[in-house]
Design a binder for this molecule. Structure first.
Ligand code: DC
Length: 230
């Protein structure tokens, strides 16, 4: 399946949770004046909608039709992204551990992934798109101008997530977070459809020892190089 518009440039940033993809993608989109697709948020929205309707995380048929009919709206506010589902602001629920676990299970189901392809490609509009997720460079935008695979050690990712949750006033045990992250990594990497993996033409960046700004500079340099080779 090919992406829709070859002329609009895409930067695809894939990698495991906590690698810094979301932060980096948002900063890049802002810096370039491009649109942003946080594809993980779509899987999380499916989870929130399913939990509200009492749909089980392994009910593929029900989750697939739910994903196909999602009524969502995104907006950028001063403090970050605001997300509405069925006309209600559900932003504060999107990043909870319960939603993380449910979305990881739902994301393994082919019907759910297929239902979200069109919605994701719809984000592609001029002047460009920064898309972050697990299969942006491999499946959704195979013709992306620049593909990044961003990683970090599981320890570093658990610590970052712990800090994030603490700042939001949620108390979570660090070793439990580490175990949850490993479990989600395994599920994301081993699923049959669109597993988490680097595209053959992706640039690998390990952010364990890098600051956000260092990662950003590396990507901007790669973008310059890709423009020069056009
Ligand atoms: O990036 P995230 O933690 O918000 O993603 C939530 C879940 O959705 C995660 O378990 C992986 C899955 N996901 C996916 O399978 N494909 C994507 N493109 C994005 C997220």
């Amino acid at each position: 399946m090919k992406q829709a518009d070859h002329n609009v440039p895409v930067i695809a940033i894939d990698g495991p949770g906590g690698s810094g993809k979301g932060t980096i993608a948002a900063l890049l989109a802002e810096r370039l004046g491009w649109r942003l697709l946080d594809s993980g948020a779509l899987y999380r929205l499916v989870a929130v909608a399913a939990m509200d309707r009492g749909i089980a995380a392994d009910d593929e048929a029900a989750l697939g039709s739910l994903a196909a009919g999602l009524d969502v709206e995104f907006a950028v506010a001063d403090h970050g992204m605001v997300v509405w589902l069925d006309g209600r602001d559900i932003t504060s629920r999107l990043r909870s551990e319960e939603v993380s676990a449910f979305s990881s299970r739902a994301a393994a189901l082919p019907a759910v992934r297929a239902a979200l392809v069109h919605l994701q490609r719809g984000f592609l509009r001029p002047p460009g798109l920064v898309a972050d997720g697990r299969d942006m460079g491999t499946v959704i935008f195979p013709d992306a101008r620049l593909k990044i695979f961003l990683t970090a050690s599981a320890e570093a990712r658990a610590k970052r997530r712990h800090k994030q949750l603490k700042e939001k006033g949620e108390s979570v045990n660090l070793s439990r977070l580490f175990r949850e992250i490993k479990k989600r990594d395994d599920r994301d990497r081993s699923r049959a459809v669109s597993p988490l993996m680097a595209a053959p033409d992706a640039h690998l960046i390990d952010s364990t020892e890098l600051s956000i700004d260092e990662v950003l500079q590396k990507i901007l340099k790669l973008l310059e190089e890709s423009r020069a080779s056009l």
